[in-house]
Design a protein around this ligand. Structure first.
Ligand code: SF4
Ligand code: SF4
Length: 242
């Protein structure tokens, strides 16, 4: 059965437990980072940071408001990253039929830097990252090892605030609508983001751009196909024959 996350940012306190739990479960190494005048650390997603709590500070109604956004792959129902990547390297990205998880593997190392950049540009949410030394492209994999064993993704398991939710897609859509109805009473501009196109659904209290530049897909269709991607898709069978 397809799975989904609901990330209710109105409950997030930016404890970053999810971010650390992801690093620990995935045994990802620590990074030297810099203090750039924000609590957001590291400054961006990296090949060894699949989850990042983004921080934004705004003045809302003459009060300082903190907006927290636990960013990660959206596991798009029609993933643009996959369309572009498999146009170059067959099988380097797959979509798990049962859960809908979008999964990268070692074959991504065969993508050139330019091909990776095309893949990253195709992602409406700016998620894929590439290790410059090994060429491996990586991101959140929905903790597929845990989910296949009926366990919650580690970031969900660790969240004490009810921000991170995970389950059958239908149940998460229902929960998203229920939570939105409640939150809207206090925050009339609240909305759920790209719910029909992704499996990581965010609920935000205000304009998504106030949280993160890539919080929501720019186009109406969150996974639009650019000319480059369309070409990659059309050319894929020819590459396989070559
Ligand atoms: S969010 Fe980006 S990286 Fe994740 S599945 Fe969608 S297109 Fe791919
Ligand atoms: S689902 Fe797993 S890999 Fe993805 S952000 Fe959560 S802990 Fe990290």
């Amino acid at each position: 059965m397809p799975k989904a996350f609901l990330i209710d940012t109105t409950r997030c306190t930016a404890c970053r437990g999810c971010q650390i739990a992801c690093k620990e479960w995935k045994r990802l190494p620590a990074l030297h980072t810099q203090q750039l005048g924000t609590h957001q650390n590291p400054p961006d997603l990296t090949p060894v940071n699949f989850k990042l709590v983004r921080f934004k500070e705004h003045m809302v109604d003459n009060n300082v408001a903190w907006y927290f956004f636990p960013d990660q792959c959206r596991h798009c129902l029609s993933p643009n990253c996959m369309t572009v990547a498999i146009g170059y390297v067959d099988g380097c990205v797959i979509q798990d039929e049962k859960t809908g998880a979008v999964l990268y593997n070692d074959k991504t190392k065969k993508l050139t830097k330019e091909q990776f950049e095309e893949m990253r540009e195709a992602c409406p949410y700016n998620i894929p990252r590439r290790d410059e030394k090994t060429g491996l492209v990586s991101k959140c994999n929905m903790c597929i090892d845990r989910v296949q064993n009926n366990l919650l993704p580690m970031c969900v398991k660790t969240c004490a605030m009810g921000t991170m939710n995970f389950g059958d897609r239908e149940a998460m859509l229902k929960l998203a609508k229920e939570r939105l109805a409640k939150v809207k009473k206090e925050f009339p501009k609240a909305q759920v983001l790209d719910m029909e196109a992704v499996s990581t659904i965010f609920l935000v209290a205000n304009d998504p751009k106030m949280y993160h530049d890539f919080a929501v897909a720019e186009a109406k269709d969150p996974c639009p196909m650019t000319r480059k991607e369309l070409f990659a898709k059309l050319a894929a069978p020819l590459r396989h024959l070559a």
